[in-house]
Each structure stands twice: as C-alpha cells, then as structure tokens.
Write a protein that binds this ligand. Structure first.
Ligand SMILES: [Zn+2]
Length: 354
C-alpha cells in the first residue's frame, strides 16, 4: 500500500555549554519522548525547509532567526516509518547559542541536556539508534542518511554522505566525547587477534563501524597481495574481534572460501555455538547469495558492509536474502561504511587483472 510522503525540519539548538535543547512531547508522534523541536513543512503554502525552521523557532522557542543563523547539518529519508509514512527530514543546527530555556508550550516542555545524558533519555527509536550519533559527528559539516524501517521495528541505515566539520565549523560542545578516536592506523598495523579489543564502553555506532571496517579493509588488502579477490571480513562480539578472514578461493581451490564463510566458521568455533546471535559481521563488499544464506543461518545480529556489489550482491543490490520475509531470521544491514576505500581495492584489483 502506498504511504503518504511527509517533510519536516528539526532544530538542533545548543547553549554556550554545548548542551542540547530538547522538547518532551505531549502529543503524538513521539508522545512522552525527548526530541529536538521542529515540525512539518507547510507544503500547501510552498514553505521551504529554511522558512519552516525559522517559523518553528519563532512558534516553539520564541526566537527570531534568519537563514544565516541556520546550518543544514543533515538530511534523512525514512522509508515506511512506523508503517505509516515516508519522511524527509531536514536537520538544522541553530548557529548562535541559545541560553534561555523557552517556556513550555502546547507541544511540550523544554530542558537542556549534556551530550552524555541524552542516551539515557526516552528517545524516538531512530534518534537513539543513529540520528544523535550522526548529528554529533557532523556538527558544522553535513551528512545524508537513509533509513529503511522494517516491520518489528528493525531499521536498516545507509549513510549516503558524510562531511565532517565543514567551513562553518561550529565550536565543539564543551563536554568532550569519551570515545575520542583511539585508533591509529599505523600503530594498529601489526596486530594479533588478542590485542584488537576495542574499549568495552564502545557502543555499536558509526565510530565503531569505521574502526572495525578498517580491520576488514586491511584483510582485503592482504587478499589482493596474494592474488585473491580483495574482500576482508571480521566478526565482532562484545567489542572484540573473534574472527578475521579474507577471501582464499585461489589458495584453497575452494569456491566457497569467501571471507565471510571463513569468518563465520572461525566465529562459531570461538563461541562454541553455531548461533552467532550477538555478533556483528563487517565485510568490505556486499555479501553474495551463498554468504548471505550462511549469515541468515547463523543468525548474526548485524551486517555492516562497505562497497555494494551491483552484479551479485544479496543484501539489497540484486536481492535481499538478509531480510527475506520467507526466511526465519532477518538481519539488519548498515551499508556504505568506508565505501570508497572498499571500492578502490576491488577496482584496482580487477584493473590489474586485465
Ligand atoms: Zn560470498
């Protein structure tokens, strides 16, 4: 059934201490949840996203803004949100700090929150699983992301564009992120399995994805050096790599020796179970039908891949076996992580072969 298409703007307002202004909503959608203020675009009067943001700031916050006070930090498209609508959302950062707490209004009441406290609030699902992380990472820059909302509340996110800290670089929030990047590519080059343990407090978020995809990329480069199609994979459980593999079809003379298959076997041995329920697979290329089938059988909790495979990819490109309604397990997907590096490896490998 076709769903209505809705457009909204959201206002990310911060005070001088870098705390974010949130509204606890007294109306559906998001009743009782904390979210940035904003609202629906008045498409019937031809309102632009910027004009909508300015109107919402006036109505909800009682402040008068101009276009120059706004920075478009992100665009998110949501396909089938709560099964009721498709949304296109324009996320604006309000550049001047706002220190005065606005009075409550008919939409709800306001409070400022430290960055560290926001994950503990009751938030809309898409805010807590991805949007806040994207906003914090891209303040002063720009991102665009797509969320495919599945039934059972499972969402598949694709980061389409990511430009960190652009020209209008806005002063960083005063609270520093405890998850400051800890990795250093050159230091991490010669690791063994045991020392690739990410800090325990790391949540599965974009920084994590970036880091673990880096490990898979190193494995893919090794495959290329050995004359194998450059695909690398790691499997992560509780922030630790429990399997690492690269494509070894030529070496093993085995058409099933794809990076993912080898990694799945290793991971099953590591957890002494065929179920990989709490494990995340990072792979540099979109899985093929064979690997996607194996991933479903092992019940992985998430697949993160780099480059799509338009010819044979089975995680959305030619078919989506990972989320087939006829199979008994469906696996969320994050795609496009470090896409350019993953793609470059494959491209240069096949160029050399010719
Ligand atoms: Zn495969």
């Amino acid at each position: 059934m076709p769903l209505p298409y809705k457009i909204s703007t959201l206002l990310y307002v911060f005070n001088e201490q870098g705390q974010a202004l949130l509204l606890q909503r007294t109306k559906e959608p998001n009743l009782g949840l904390w979210s940035p203020c904003g609202g629906k675009l008045q498409t019937d009067i031809g309102e632009s996203p910027y004009d909508c943001a300015i109107r919402e700031a006036q109505e909800e916050l009682g402040i008068t803004l101009s276009h120059n006070d706004l920075h478009l930090v992100g665009i998110i498209s949501e396909h089938g949100y709560e099964g009721t609508a498709h949304w296109l959302m324009f996320l604006f950062e309000v550049k001047p700090p706002i220190n005065q707490l606005p009075p409550p209004n008919e939409e709800g009441s306001f409070a400022f929150f430290d960055k560290a406290d926001i994950p503990n609030l009751k938030l809309p699902q898409t805010d807590s699983e991805m949007i806040w992380q994207l906003v914090w990472e891209h303040r002063g820059g720009f991102f665009s992301a797509h969320c495919h909302c599945l039934e059972e509340g499972k969402n598949t996110w694709t980061l389409e564009e990511s430009i960190k800290g652009g020209v209008n670089k806005i002063s960083e929030p005063v609270k520093t992120n405890p998850k400051t990047p800890f990795w250093n590519e050159s230091e991490k080059d010669s690791q063994t399995l045991s020392d690739i343990n990410a800090p325990k407090e790391m949540a599965i978020d974009l920084e994590t994805h970036h880091y673990f995809m880096g490990e898979a990329i190193k494995l893919a480069s090794r495959a290329a050096k050995e004359g194998e199609v450059p695909v690398g994979a790691v499997i992560v459980k509780d922030g630790k790599i429990i399997a690492r593999a690269y494509n070894q079809v030529e070496l093993l003379k085995d058409a099933t020796a794809h990076a993912e298959m080898l990694a799945l076997t290793q991971a099953q041995a590591a957890v002494v179970d065929w179920r990989l329920t709490d494990c995340v697979l990072y792979v540099t290329k979109e899985p093929c039908p064979m690997c996607a089938g194996a991933i479903v059988h092992t019940r992985l909790s998430l697949v993160v891949y780099g480059a799509p495979d338009p010819k044979a990819g089975a995680a959305g490109s030619t078919m989506n076996l990972l989320q087939s309604t006829t199979l008994n397990h469906r696996c969320p997907i994050v795609s496009g992580v470090r896409i350019e590096e993953c793609r470059r490896l494959l491209k240069s490998f096949f160029l050399d072969k010719r």
